[in-house]
Design a protein around this ligand. Structure first.
Ligand code: KG4
Ligand code: ZN
Length: 353
């Protein structure tokens, strides 16, 4: 049994959570889950401004840590380990949580556990589906990532597919911007699409060619779709008529959902996975949920969508990953640095031999 306090500051949420993990029972108990979002601040700039994010984390992190302990009615004596996201992400933002975590571990003489942000997203599925056991396939779709990851065990991952350009969430954000819909784009496109015709416009799905001919079965590309949507919007704007935003949103969303579903199902079938766990902010997308579920059911593939609060960035998922590592004796050196990029297959580099 271990109780871990975790800090997540890789992008624009300052989050702190405490999880108690009993490995014998596979029981993960969320004792507190504090998330302070900066979306309202970044909205005025149309996207996340890294320097603003770092400064905001500095302002929020100490209060969030105190709040998490208070909410769980715990003191430092009850905490067995301190964790923080250390990669990948915005380096200045990561450094705030990482420095806070390492300092608290040192001051209170607790083990420190650095966590890979994407491993955290994978653990969101364990948190919400306690019966989930590896191996399974994780479809991770966020503002920064679009990956199909083979989950073998704690710390053991292989990327089977990824985007060659924009991440899925990034594509939603960019298309929303060119339709003058504000930031973040995913939720507003999803909402507008509810009243639109998803077959109104035919948009290119985007494929990654392979040298031997044909296209990559698991990798995706969204930059062509974004450009095609831009051209279409420009053409429609020239007519002087109001933009058919609902139909545009529905057609764009449909294309992304189909593309992701096709790749995830092909990968699951090729590798024989019987479960697909979805993570990241785009897991909230209604078309993706419908398509993936409909495509998986005939193949008896189980699809798991964590509740939305665990899909978008949070520290509960980071605490879950850290508790599993701590229970296996994986701890990090206090010299561990922040890294903007780190492949998920390299997770075990974060821990001392
Ligand atoms: O996982 P997340 O909160 O942060 C990152 O690690 O990136 O994901 C944020 C992304 C944004 O790009 C946002 O537009 C997208 O998730 N998103 C959605 C929806 N809700 C959030 N995309 C499509 N449909 C949604 N309903
Ligand atoms: Zn994330």
């Amino acid at each position: 049994m271990s109780t871990v306090l975790a800090i997540e500051t890789s992008c624009d949420e300052t989050a702190v959570a405490i999880v108690r993990h009993n490995p014998e029972l596979d029981d993960r108990h969320l004792l507190s889950n504090i998330v302070s979002s900066q979306i309202e601040i970044h909205k005025q700039y149309g996207g996340v401004v890294p320097e603003v994010a770092s400064r905001q984390h500095v302002e929020m992190v100490n209060g969030a840590i105190a709040h998490a302990l208070q909410h769980a009615q715990l003191t430092w004596a009850d905490i067995d380990g301190v964790a923080a996201t250390c990669a990948p992400g915005l380096v200045g933002a990561l450094l705030v949580g990482l420095t806070a975590g390492k300092t608290l571990a040192m001051v209170h003489d607790k083990p420190f556990i650095g966590v890979h942000h994407l491993e955290g997203h994978i653990y969101a599925s364990y948190l919400s589906s306690p019966s989930l056991k590896p191996p399974f396939l994780c479809l991770l779709v966020s503002g920064g990532h679009t990956s199909l990851i083979e989950v073998k065990d704690c710390g053991q991952y292989k990327t089977l597919g990824q985007t060659r350009d924009d991440a899925a969430g990034e594509a939603f954000d960019k298309v929303a911007r060119l339709m003058h819909l504000g930031y973040p784009g995913g939720p507003v496109i999803d909402r507008l699409a509810q009243d639109g015709d998803r077959h109104a416009f035919l948009l290119p799905e985007g494929q990654v060619s392979v040298p031997e001919g044909g296209y990559h079965r698991y990798d995706s590309s969204f930059s062509g779709l974004k450009t095609a949507t831009l051209r279409l919007v420009q053409k429609l704007e020239q007519t002087g008529e109001p933009l058919p935003v609902n139909d545009l949103a529905a057609s764009f969303q449909e294309t992304v959902a189909r593309s992701l579903t096709k790749r995830a199902i092909a990968c699951a079938l090729d590798y024989g996975f019987t479960a697909i766990a979805v993570g990241g902010g785009v897991a909230a997308n209604s078309a993706l949920r419908q398509h993936l579920q409909a495509a998986a059911t005939p193949h008896q593939i189980r699809v798991l969508f964590p509740p939305l609060q665990f899909c978008s960035d949070n520290a509960a998922m980071i605490a879950c990953a850290a508790a599993d590592h701590l229970n296996r004796g994986h701890t990090s050196a206090l010299t561990l640095g922040a890294q903007s990029r780190l492949a998920i297959s390299e997770v075990m580099r974060l821990y001392q031999a």
